[in-house]
Structures are given as structure tokens and as C-alpha cells.
Write a protein that binds this ligand. Structure first.
Ligand code: IPM
Ligand code: MG
Length: 354
């Protein structure tokens, strides 16, 4: 088995380094997984003028899964759009048809204090946002800036979903719910947008095959409000690319730290890309401050979903729970008056717990 490691920019290299130490530790217990690194994002641009260099894409094609750090940084923000780091990420998603983006938000009891919400609102929260990742206004054509008939400049994008794209993410949602509390909430803006009324209709059709799963629908503005009012009403939230981008950042903060949350982006054959949901955090890059746990937990998801190594995945997750229980905290999840550790020391703690 082989994993392509695309560390990317900012804190990406530091956090993936800790995940690789964890993988190595599992290796000494008999798990044989080869890894190979390649540049992506700003690092790809620096190496060869392209945020997704040809050689990087080839490596991914020859691998069983991708472990991804983070991309982006102020140095690259003024480049023309095709050269921007984010394009590396979006092209990977599209190339491998990684339509199902799993973003779990779990509140660890030890970290409930780190949430900006009251403990009684978030304690025990375990929700899964399933975001469609390869369509919607992110990829719809046409798009651009033009001069309109009145001679004024206007910007435009196209929100678009095909029936097949909605069906497959709906199936993923109902199947994921079967392994959880059997509740799916589909989020849309059907009161205003044609595309999302169509989304609602298709999700309702697919639901006929899943009588054992409860389906509700919610408008996205209400969902944003309900997420902070009473997040535990949700089990699986399924939504489109744009709404999922926004709601998953919101959900991450319920858990106290965006530095804790892993994600998986899967295609129909369970090939996947695994990444922390946080970004490249250029302000703390290279300072040994970043929390590596989201990346370490992303590795656990990789082992579970793409390599079918449930036991190894569960071991990593147990080790993370243990270090939290032991009181290890990076700055982002710090408790007043308690000592914090850096990126490497947090990696050390996870290794010890393993
Ligand atoms: C995410 C990020 C990306 C997105 C950016 C970096 C293109 O915000 O993964 O949520 O918008 O999908
Ligand atoms: Mg986002």
C-alpha cells in the first residue's frame, strides 16, 4: 500500500510530519505502508510554476490514498487564479471525482471548555457534515467578469447540480446515517434557488430506498442558526459544496478548535484524500505551535476508509483521546493556567500513547 503525502504550505509540513511519525510507529508493529512526498499548492508553484505539478498528480494516481496538509499563503494571493494554491486542491478534488466530503465534528469531553458555546449546549456533540465537493457554484460554468448590455462590469458564477450528482451524495448520506443515529438533515435554500429545490426533490426521491433513516430538510440560514442554538439535534447534515464549506467551518468551532477536525474526501471506489479542515495558518507556520491532531486524525480516517485498516485507525483515535485526557494541549485548545505543548511534543505524546 502506498500513500502520497502532499504537505503543502504554511503549517502543512509540520503537521504532516507528526502524522508520518504516527504511521511509522504503526509500521514497526507490522503495518506496511510506503509513503512518498510531493509538492502542492504554493510549494508546487515554487517548484514548477503549477499548484498541482504533473509529477504530483502522477504520484497520486499511483497511490492508494492521499494525505494532504494545507495550502495557501499571503505570498500567493496576488497570483492569477490558475496559479493560486487553492487551485491545486480544487483540481485534485475534481480529477479524482472526490464528491463525498466527510467532515465530522466531535466534542471531546476534555475540550468542551474550548468551545465558545456553553458546555451544556455542546457536550457530547457528534455530528457529521457530508459536503458535496465536486460541483455546485464552485465548478459551474459559465463564470467570470464581463461587461453587460448596460455597459457596466458584472461578475457572475453558475450554481448547477445534475440529478446524478445529487443522487450519489444522497446515497452516501443515508448510508453514513445507517452507521450512526439514522437521521439525515438535507440543507438547501429551496425557498429561493431553483437548483436547491431540485436538490430537495432528488434527495426526497432517493430517501424512498432508505425507509429506516429519518429525513428532514432545512434552509441554510436556519441551519446556520440551529447549529449554534441546538447542534445536538443533528446526526448527518448533507448539503451542497458552497453551503457545506460555510457550515463546516461553523460546526468546527462548536468543538472548540478547528485544529482538531479531520476530513475525508472520497470517490465512488473509496479512493480518498484526507486533510485537516483547517488551513495553512501562515501566521504560526514554522513556529512549532500548530496542533497536529487534526492531521493525525485524518490519517486514522485514511486507514479506515481507503486502506481498510480499522484496527489501526481505532488505535490512533484512542491515542488522541488519551493525550487529551492526560492534559496535553497545544495553544489553540489551551486551558487558562495550564501548560501548553508545541507541535512536536504533541506528536511525542501521541506516539507514547500508541
Ligand atoms: C475548504 C477550503 C477550500 C474550499 C478552499 C481552500 C478552496 O475552504 O476545504 O473548506 O473552499 O473548499
Ligand atoms: Mg472551507
Amino acid at each position: 500500500m502506498k500513500i502520497a503525502v502532499l504537505a503543502g504550505d504554511g503549517i502543512g509540513p509540520e503537521i504532516t510530519a507528526q502524522a508520518l511519525r504516527v504511521l511509522q510507529a504503526l509500521g514497526s508493529d507490522g503495518l506496511r505502508i510506503e509513503t512518498e512526498a510531493a509538492p502542492v499548492g504554493g510549494a508546487g508553484y515554487d517548484a514548477s510554476g503549477d499548484p498541482l505539478p504533473e509529477a504530483t498528480l502522477k504520484l497520486c494516481e499511483q497511490s492508494d490514498a492521499i494525505l494532504f496538509g494545507a495550502v495557501g499563503g499571503p505570498r500567493y494571493d496576488t497570483l492569477p487564479r490558475p496559479q493560486r494554491p487553492e487551485q491545486g486542491l480544487l483540481r485534485l478534488r475534481k480529477h479524482f471525482d472526490l464528491f463525498a466530503n466527510l467532515r465530522p465534528a466531535i466534542v471531546y469531553p476534555e475540550l468542551a471548555h474550548a468551545s465558545s458555546l456553553k458546555n451544556e449546549v455542546v457536550a457530547g456533540l457528534d455530528l457529521l457534515i457530508l459536503r458535496e465537493l465536486t460541483s455546485d457554484i464552485y465548478f459551474g460554468q459559465p463564470r467570470g467578469v464581463r461587461v453587460n448590455e448596460q455597459g457596466e462590469r458584472e461578475g457572475f458564477d453558475t450554481m448547477r447540480y445534475t440529478e446524478g450528482e445529487i443522487r450519489r451524495i444522497a446515497h452516501s448520506a443515508f448510508q453514513a446515517a445507517r452507521k450512526r443515529s439514522r437521521k439525515v438533515c438535507s440543507v438547501d435554500k429551496a425557498n429561493v434557488l431553483e437548483t436547491t429545490q431540485f436538490w430537495r426533490d432528488v434527495v426526497t426521491e432517493v430517501h424512498k430506498e432508505y425507509a429506516d433513516v429519518e429525513l428532514t430538510h432545512m434552509y441554510v440560514d436556519n441551519a446556520a442558526m440551529q447549529l449554534v442554538r441546538n447542534p445536538r439535534q443533528f446526526d448527518v447534515i448533507v448539503t451542497g459544496n458552497m453551503f457545506g464549506d460555510i457550515l463546516s467551518d461553523e460546526a468546527s468551532m462548536l468543538t472548540g478548535s478547528i485544529g482538531m477536525l479531520p476530513s475525508a474526501s472520497l470517490n465512488a471506489r473509496n479512493f480518498g484524500m484526507y486533510e485537516p479542515i483547517h488551513g495553512s495558518a501562515p501566521d504560526i507556520a514554522g513556529k512549532n505551535l500548530a496542533n497536529p491532531l487534526a492531521t493525525i486524525l485524518s490519517l486514522a480516517m485514511l486507514l479506515r476508509y481507503s486502506l481498510d485498516q480499522e484496527a489501526a485507525a481505532a488505535r490512533i483515535e484512542a491515542a488522541v483521546r488519551k493525550v487529551l485526557a492526560q492534559g496535553f494541549r497545544t495553544a489553540d485548545i489551551a486551558e487558562p493556567g495550564k501548560q501548553t505543548v508545541g507541535t512536536v511534543a504533541m506528536g511525542d505524546a501521541v506516539l507514547a500513547a500508541l
